[in-house]
Write a protein that binds this ligand. Structure first.
Ligand code: DX5
Ligand code: ZN
Length: 216
């Protein structure tokens, strides 16, 4: 059993009772709130907005991991840092100068991250890795919760597991994660897990987070 970080994806919470959901995942022992921001341009969906993020900050003491699925993320990093983002991940394809944006995120006092789409190879982003504190490997195409884990990402995850040791970033997976996948991914070097629909489907979040930790 190794120490892993659990990042509940708030996109998948029951938004009719968001305050309760946020409090329950914190009580369950989650490590970060994972916040998906989508602009309807980079991905075919919208969310989560300013008011939702303020609600999360108001009712939770957990640090916040913001996943920017937006075009030209450099324009928005200051805004999300001021809303309380502790980790800010950008998609390099969406940014003309991702190296500059990652450095700016670090200068702002947040942890810079890149999100790597299933169809993006390590070759195209490897120069950015020394600038990252966090690497969010997408295990589904970004934009929606509740999708099926894509096995084609496994060889890339294995390679990133080795690079994480070399560069010291936290290696995170996002999309289709459930208790049955944790062990294999942890063995490949994954240390952080975004968990959306699987977690919010469970009755008892404390038991679910415990199950995830036991499996790793
Ligand atoms: C997908 C998002 C994820 C998503 C995860 O674009 O980045 O964070 O909400 O949800 P599940 O775990 O249901 O795939
Ligand atoms: Zn996400």
């Amino acid at each position: 059993m190794s120490k892993i970080n659990i990042h509940p994806s708030i996109l998948c919470a029951n938004h009719s009772n968001l305050e309760d959901e946020i409090k329950r995942v914190e009580l369950a022992g989650a490590d970060y709130n994972h916040v998906d921001v989508m602009d309807g341009g980079f991905v075919p969906n919208f969310g989560l907005g300013t008011e939702v993020i303020k609600c999360i900050k108001k009712h939770s003491n957990l640090p916040m991991d913001v996943h920017l699925m937006v075009n030209d993320p450099a324009r928005h990093i200051k805004f999300f840092r001021e809303l309380g983002a502790d980790i800010i991940s950008i998609h390099p394809e969406a940014d003309k100068h991702p190296a500059r944006t990652l450095s700016k995120i670090r200068e702002m006092g947040a942890t810079p991250g890149i999100a790597i789409n299933p169809g993006t190879s390590i070759e195209t982003i490897k120069e950015l890795l020394p600038l990252c504190g966090h690497v969010l490997t997408m295990t589904v195409n970004p934009g929606f919760g509740g999708q099926k884990f894509m096995d084609l990402t496994l060889s890339k995850i294995e390679h990133l597991g080795a690079l994480a040791k070399e560069y010291g970033f936290s290696l995170c997976v996002d999309g289709g994660i459930s208790v049955k996948r944790i062990k294999k991914l942890a063995l490949l070097g994954v240390t952080s897990f975004v968990v959306g629909s699987w977690l919010f489907r469970q009755e008892d979040y404390t038991e679910a987070v415990g199950q995830l930790r036991n499996e790793a």
